[in-house]
Design a protein around this ligand. Structure first.
Ligand code: SF4
Length: 61
């Protein structure tokens, strides 16, 4: 399983709040771009998946 970011769903116009819900700082955002996942840190907790109101973060696709 892996966290995937759907760049088409992310409006890329705001600080990503999912970055803050990640317990291991595995999500990183540059400017207002869609965040990227550090797969070496990610523990597959799905908090970011459940949090993103745009549905732009998915697991296991
Ligand atoms: S699944 Fe959990 S650990 Fe992985 S990026 Fe999302 S919030 Fe962070």
């Amino acid at each position: 399983m892996a966290i995937m970011i759907d760049n088409k769903r992310c409006p890329e116009n705001h600080p990503c709040q999912s970055v803050r819900v990640c317990p291991v700082n595995a999500l990183v955002q540059q400017g207002y771009k869609a965040p990227k996942v550090n797969t070496e840190r990610c523990i597959d907790c799905n908090k970011c998946v459940n949090y993103c109101p745009m549905g732009a973060i998915h697991n296991g696709e």
